[in-house]
Design a protein around this ligand. Structure first.
Ligand code: NAD
Length: 535
């Protein structure tokens, strides 16, 4: 393991310091993990370590026949898995939780090597997955138990609502949080009795493969979780064509395509999509806390986080003071490429990401925006580093204003009234996450209720809401459909089934009653049920 860090402005001399990232992922480990891919045709893809540009892994790719085989195997394994008591399946999640915490260093290395993010940000994934495993491990029995419901005719009808697994869940995940977004969504699907066919992004497949191995060690039948790899526009639709339910995380553009295909087949889909998240700093905010919070909000995982903040609204009366603190903290961030704790921000994942970030910043600056911190790519640190960047004076015609950058770039805007700030924050087709800073938490809650986002954090960036795994998390508007976490996060993977039993008398004319008499009797019964609050 190597460690290197660099001040954004003052210490550019880290060239080559991240050497050896790929050597932390030995060929024998790659070969072992690659066996977990359902693939047979001999086609492969090579991934690179973003921190250094070194080759990282050669991985097998799945043909359509392989995808079919993965579904066949999952479908064969699913009934026996579903037949186990929930308690047994929950036990697998709880054992996985313990193994993950014990062996976290292995996966932290993999996440860093595959994504280029700082170790602290890789650890966020371990926190998130362990929390979800604990939650669903403990609460699945309660979420999934049969529930007695009032029957059609009191005393004569009894009804029970049951939850049945969907069958085989197709799960498509992006590269930015490879542990959380492949495992986090698989946990509730599996504990609900489903099998899973997962297509992680090839760039971050080792992390997903490692997690699956750990799950098998914790007691999951290996066939119940299949991993296929391949080009998204080819393999993605092959999954949607075969799945009983689709859990997709990725861009809004791809999400629409997945939704169209799922709708055609009449299978359900949850879509966790993009965002252009806003943070509001009210006049009474604790400015130091808010500035530190803004750093986490904007630059965690180099801003390659769906819930990170790209629009920052600050009350005019505190704007200069706040921005001075925020810019100072941002400029002091240590960029680094080592597989150890110490760096505050790592690299971007790909040339495509770097190109978008550079384009958004350069275009804004050319059109008149001012750089308050950062602003440049940092090839001296590694091929894909970019400084955490704060832009002021951003106007609507600049791409960075409304488009998701998905990088370490935030635009700041000033406001005079709360109404103005709420209207500006809501002026986007997205609705994923937002953050409000104030010393008055009652006021924070009131402002939060006016924001059209699936999660709102008061006096935190995103981790308060995301980490509250018993509560739902997801997007409104173009940010998606459905929710992960909480009841929604597990019930989406189930079909509700009502089993009603009728006793003694049928619900229809009987015992010599003609139709009119039956209708009169039932009318009296309906009135009585309302009057006596029986229904
Ligand atoms: P992407 O949509 O390009 O790819 C996501 C996944 O879909 C990948 O595995 C990809 O191979 C696959 N894919 C590509 N084309 C497909 C198709 N036609 N059909 C089915 N699958 C296809 O997104 P990305 O660039 O990899 O990820 C970044 C995006 O994901 C950002 O917009 C980000 O906001 C979003 N995201 C959202 C959340 C959330 O929870 N809301 C979390 C993380 C990332």
């Amino acid at each position: 393991m190597t460690e290197s860090t660099s001040q954004v402005r003052s210490n550019p001399a880290a060239k080559g310091a991240a050497r050896g990232v790929a050597s932390a992922v030995p060929a024998a480990l790659v070969a072992r993990l690659a066996k977990g891919v359902t693939a047979s045709g001999g086609a492969t893809a090579e991934t690179i370590a973003p921190l250094t540009g070194e080759p990282l892994a050669t991985l097998p790719l799945s043909s359509e026949e392989d995808v079919q085989r993965a579904f066949d195997q999952a479908r064969r394994a699913q009934p026996a898995w579903a037949a186990l008591p929930v308690r047994h399946r929950a036990g697998v999640l709880l054992r996985f939780h313990d193994l993950l915490l014990k062996r976290q260093d292995e996966v932290l290395d993999l996440i860093q090597a595959e994504t280029g993010k700082a170790r602290l940000h890789a650890f966020e994934e371990v926190m998130a997955v362990a929390s979800a495993a604990r939650h669903y491990g403990r609460a699945a029995r309660s979420y999934l138990r049969d529930r007695r419901r009032g029957g059609a005719v009191p005393g004569l009808t009894s009804a029970v609502e049951a939850r049945r697994p969907k069958g085989v869940v197709g799960q498509i995940s992006p590269w930015n949080y490879p542990l959380e977004l492949s495992v986090g969504d698989a946990l509730p699907a599996l504990v609900a009795g489903n099998a899973v066919v997962n297509k992680p992004d090839t760039q971050t497949a080792l992390t997903a493969l490692w997690a699956r191995e750990l799950f098998v060690e914790a007691g999951l039948p290996p066939q119940a979780w299949q991993i296929v790899l391949g080009d998204g526009p080819v393999v993605g639709p092959q999954i949607v064509e075969r799945a009983d339910y689709v859990a997709f995380t990725g861009s809004t553009r791809t999400g629409r395509d997945v939704a169209r295909r799922a709708a055609e087949r009449l299978v359900g889909a949850s879509l966790e999509l993009g965002g252009k998240n806003a943070m509001l700093v009210l006049a009474d905010a604790d400015l130091d806390r808010a500035a530190a919070g803004a750093v986490r909000a904007c630059f965690s995982s180099a801003g390659q986080l769906c819930i990170s903040v790209e629009r920052l609204y600050v009350h005019r009366s505190v704007a200069d003071d706040f921005l001075a603190r925020f810019a100072e903290k941002t400029a002091a961030l240590r960029l680094g490429g080592g597989l150890a704790y110490g760096a505050d921000m790592g690299s971007l994942v790909s040339a495509r990401q770097l190109e978008t970030v550079t384009r958004h910043v350069e275009q804004a600056v050319k059109a008149g925006a001012t750089v308050l911190a950062g602003g440049r790519a940092r090839p001296d640190l590694g091929p894909l580093f970019h400084e955490p960047t704060i832009l002021d004076g951003v106007t609507p015609e600049m791409a960075v204003c409304a488009e998701e950058t998905f990088g370490p770039v935030v635009s700041v805007y000033r406001f005079d009234t709360e109404d103005e700030a709420v209207a500006a924050a809501n002026d986007t087709p997205y609705g994923l996450n937002s953050s409000v800073w104030t010393k008055d938490t009652a006021r924070g809650r009131k402002v939060a209720a006016r924001l059209r986002t699936g999660t709102v954090n008061v006096n935190e960036a995103y981790a308060a809401a995301y980490g509250s795994v018993a509560s739902p998390m997801g997007g409104m508007g173009d940010s998606g459909l459905g929710r992960r976490h909480g009841a929604e996060g597990i019930l989406r993977y189930t079909e509700a089934q009502t089993i009603a039993v009728q006793r003694l008398l049928p619900i229809g004319p009987s015992m010599g009653l003609d139709d009119r008499k039956f209708a009169e009797l039932f009318t009296t019964g309906l009135k009585a049920m309302k009057a006596f609050r029986l229904k």
